[in-house]
Structures are given as structure tokens and as C-alpha cells.
Design a protein around this ligand. Structure first.
Ligand code: NDP
Ligand code: 2IT
Length: 445
């Protein structure tokens, strides 16, 4: 089947999976040229095989809440591809989780992981369980029930989960503990573990730091210094907060952060002390970003996303998919925004992506820009396999090298002319070619 025929076929087979279709369409549009250069891909029906996950596991997760009531959630693991390494990708706990969202995330993860230079296939999992407002004991019971079902599918060389929205060090700790008990093995089967039991230094920071390193690579192509630039960040979770931390270290101004309740706008940029408070607020008290506005003078915009509140030099969407639409993109461009680097997975709608590409600004899709997180997960797997621990400096240096390598891959496949790199085309093509070559070499499976 030709790439365009695959899209029409997937649309008719999965009409109720809009996020999955959106992610696939973006990749297929990018790779059409290289795909047509290799007739053997079509003979082996490679694109259709690559778009369909290897397997989808879905199961009921029953657990008991603090009031003694029995609660039932859905659990999933989508093992998309192990063509270049064991299945690898995060677990998301959020009320919105469904099969379409996890299929899009597992599909994206496959190409992202291919860009990292490390040997990792693509997967994603999660549940429609919402950690919001749950006690620590409820979180623990839920994580244990989730893994009681999933553990058989996992293993250090089979499938290695990690965190994502709603899953941080606490949840990974509970899931790893249950896995260890069920499987009777202490291995690197989860990444993002606590430092005392096999976690890697810099893993918490890696997605945010990596995104800033990638942004610096992009800015360097136009001779722009990050210092003093006004950056809008959305979200205030793991990715957003460490993005802000690295930006502050480099002298940039972080002027917005948000959560699902609204956005704070700090025109002069967050101070170190204010960012420390956000870390505390989110990690210790699990509070809302509105509480920041109770404590420090700033604008708080309930129910609003950052993009249309002011003008920004740089935007780093770091909350969730489709959080930046065509109107937002046009407002950003009108305000003079010259770079967008995605911390979240697929945060920009197709209309927004088109606006950024048409305007020839520096625009990095999530699968390139946020690959630092899973890269350091790969380094955590390497340390676990060696039974060694690397220093923070070693891991950070490795992370910088990987982000520079990903930038070089994007440039190789995405350079349009002497003044423009299409990072969407570059990332999709580079990721696709690696997975496609591996699939061709391994036969029809
Ligand atoms: P966290 O759970 O730590 O933080 C998520 C943040 O995004 C919170 O501020 C949350 O606000 C906000 N958010 C989540 N869902 C929505 C929504 N539907 N509408 C508005 N705001 C929302 O997650 P992470 O920081 O880990 O993940 C953020 C993004 O980065 C996701 O797209 C994830 O897939 C991606 N990513 C994560 C990596 C990682 O290593 N953790 C690696 C690469 C990408 P609230 O608390 O109000 O829900
Ligand atoms: O989207 C992502 O890359 C992640 N949530 C991190 C996955 C991982 O295995 O570290």
C-alpha cells in the first residue's frame, strides 16, 4: 500500500481514534518522499505494519478507596514496536486516558526513541485513573492493582515503563515495588526510579533540560542567544518545571506557567525563589498554580492557556496534546514569537503546526525536542545493566550529546534551504528510516 492509501485505510478502520489518526497523518505526510524512493517498502507493506501497534493490552483495574468502596478503572499497555530495542515508554494516569490517546503516544514514542541513538522500541500505557485528590494509600493500592495485571508483560529486555502525566517518582516507586515482588527479580524494568534503588541522576530533569538544549541548538542556527528572551511555558509538572529551571540558569525569562485551572503571567520573569515555590507547591503539596498568585503579585488568568495573554519570543508547550491551536499559533506569530520547542507530546494542532512551518520559524516537534526524558531513561537502563551509577555530570553531558545528535539528524533530513530546517520532516524521516531499515532486515513479523 502507498502511504496515502494507508491513511485512508486507517481512517475507515479506526474512525473513533482522532489523536491516533492525527499523529499517523503527520508522520505519513513527512515521509512520502523517502518512502517512494524505496519500492521494497511498498512490497513489504511496511508503512501499514509500522502504523499498527504490535499489540494492545487492556484490562480492568479494581482497587479499594479510603472509604472502603470498590473502584474500577481501565488499564492499558500499547506495545507499538520492538524493531530496534525492547518496548519503552511512559505510563499516564489521567481521567482523559483512552485507547486513541495511548495509541498516538506509543506511535510517537517509536520514532522518538529511534532518534535518541539508543536501542529502545516504542510503547505507552496508562489508565483513566485520576491521581488528583487521592490519598497516598489510594495511589499505592491503585499502582499495585495495575501492576498485578501488567507485570507479566514487562521485563528489563521486554518492556520497560516510566512516568508521564500523573506518574512521577512516587507512582514509579509503587509500581516498581509491586513488579519486583511479582516477578521475583530486581532489575531495571522501570525507569524514573528513586535514586536509592537504581534510578539515574538527571532523569527527573532530563525532559525539560533536554528541551532547552535542543532549543539552544535551534537558536544557534540563527545566531540567537537565549539570554533575556521571554519564554511562555504551559504546564507546571515535571517537564514544565525543569524546563523553567534550565532557562533561568541560562538567563532567559520564564513569564508564564499553567495547569488545567489557568495560567500565571509574570511579566518580568520568575525569580529562582518563585520557581522553588512552584516546585514545592506541585511536588510537596500537590497544589494548584492559582496558589502562586495568592502568594506573589502577578496576573492569574483562570481557565486560560498562555499563548494569547501577551507577546513572547519563545513558546514551550509542556502540558498535554492539542493545547495550542491555530488561533494560538497566529497570536504567537503576531507577537513576534520566533521559536516553539515542544516539551509535551503533540501539543500543537495540525493547523498550528502548519502556521509555524509556513512562517518558517524555529519549530521543533515533541518527538525531537522532548526526547531527552526517554534518552536518560535509556541511560538508566544502561546503568542498571552494568550495575553501576554514573555521576550527574556524566549523564548531563551524555544528554547534551544526544540532543545535539537529534538536531543533526533533523538537519540532515529536514534542511529545506540555507536558511530553513523543517524539523517535522527531519525528525519524522530520520526516525522512520531507522525503524524501517530494522524491520526490513528482520523479516515479516
Ligand atoms: P505532569 O503530570 O508532571 O504535569 C502535567 C502538567 O500538565 C500539569 O501542570 C497538568 O495540570 C497539565 N495538564 C495535564 N493534562 C492537562 C489537560 N488536559 N489540560 C490542561 N493541562 C493539563 O506530566 P509531565 O510533565 O510528565 O508531562 C507533560 C507532557 O510532557 C505530556 O504531554 C507528556 O506526555 C510529555 N512528556 C513527558 C516526559 C516525562 O519524562 N515526564 C517525557 C516526554 C514528554 P493539572 O495538574 O491541572 O492536570
Ligand atoms: O513521552 C515520553 O517520552 C515519556 N513520557 C518518557 C518515557 C520514558 O520511557 O522515559
Amino acid at each position: 500500500m502507498k502511504a496515502s492509501e494507508v491513511m485512508a485505510d486507517l481512517r475507515s478502520r479506526f474512525p473513533a481514534e482522532p489523536e491516533y489518526l492525527q499523529a499517523v497523518e503527520e508522520v505519513l505526510n513527512s515521509i512520502e518522499d523517502v518512502y517512494n524512493e524505496y519500492p521494497e517498502f511498498e512490497r513489504w507493506n511496511l508503512v501499514e505494519r509500522l502504523c499498527l501497534p504490535d499489540r494492545i493490552l487492556s484490562f480492568r483495574v479494581s482497587w479499594v478507596d479510603d472509604q472502603g468502596r470498590v473502584r474500577n478503572n481501565m488499564g492499558y499497555r500499547i506495545q507499538h514496536s520492538n524493531a530496534i530495542g525492547p518496548y519503552k515508554g511512559g505510563i499516564r494516569f489521567h481521567a482523559s486516558v483512552n485507547q486513541s490517546i495511548l495509541k498516538f503516544l506509543a506511535f510517537e514514542q517509536t520514532f522518538k526513541n529511534a532518534l535518541t541513538t539508543l536501542a529502545m522500541g516504542g510503547a505507552k500505557g496508562g489508565s483513566d485513573f485520576s491521581p488528583r485528590g487521592k490519598s497516598d494509600m489510594e495511589i499505592m493500592r491503585f499502582c499495585q492493582a495495575f501492576i498485578a495485571e501488567l507485570w507479566r508483560q514487562l521485563g528489563p529486555d521486554t518492556d520497560v515503563p516510566a512516568g508521564d502525566i500523573g506518574v512521577g517518582a512516587r507512582e514509579v516507586g509503587y509500581m516498581f515495588g509491586m513488579y519486583k515482588k511479582m516477578a521475583r527479580e530486581f532489575s531495571g524494568t522501570f525507569t524514573g526510579k528513586g535514586l536509592d534503588f537504581g534510578g539515574s541522576l538527571i532523569r527527573p530533569e532530563a525532559t525539560g533540560y533536554g528541551n532547552v538544549y535542543f532549543l539552544q541548538q535551534m537558536l544557534a542556527t540563527r545566531g540567537i542567544d537565549i539570554k533575556g528572551k521571554r519564554v511562555a511555558i504551559s504546564g507546571s509538572g515535571n517537564v514544565a518545571t525543569y524546563t523553567a529551571q534550565k532557562l533561568l540558569q541560562l538567563g532567559a525569562k520564564v513569564v508564564t506557567m499553567s495547569d488545567s485551572g489557568g495560567t500565571i503571567y509574570v511579566p518580568d520573569g520568575l525569580t529562582d525563589e518563585q520557581l522553588d515555590y512552584i516546585f514545592e507547591l506541585k511536588n510537596l503539596y500537590r497544589g494548584r498554580i492559582s496558589e502562586f498568585a495568592d502568594r506573589y503579585p502577578c496576573e492569574y488568568h483562570p481557565g486560560k492557556r498562555p499563548w494569547q495573554l501577551a507577546s513572547f519570543d519563545i513558546a514551550m508547550p509542556s502540558a498535554t496534546q492539542n493545547e495550542l491551536d491555530g488561533d494560538d499559533a497566529r497570536a504567537l506569530l503576531q507577537g513576534g514569537c520566533f521559536a516553539v520547542s515542544e516539551g509535551a507530546n503533540m501539543p500543537s494542532t495540525p493547523e498550528a503546526v502548519k502556521a509555524f512551518i509556513d512562517a518558517r520559524i524555529l519549530y521543533a516537534p515533541g518527538k525531537a525536542a522532548n526526547a531527552g526524558g526517554v534518552s536518560v531513561s535509556g541511560l538508566e537502563m544502561a546503568q542498571n545493566a552494568q550495575k553501576l551509577t554514573w555521576t550527574a555530570q556524566e549523564v548531563d553531558d551524555y544528554l547534551r550529546r544526544i540532543m545535539a545528535d537529534i538536531h543533526a539528524q533533523c538537519e540532515r533530513y529536514g534542511r529545506v534551504d540555507s536558511s530553513y530546517i523543517n524539523y517535522v520532516k527531519g525528525a519524522n524521516t530520520a526516525g522512520f528510516m531507522k525503524v524501517a531499515r530494522a524491520m526490513m532486515a528482520q523479516g515479516i513479523l
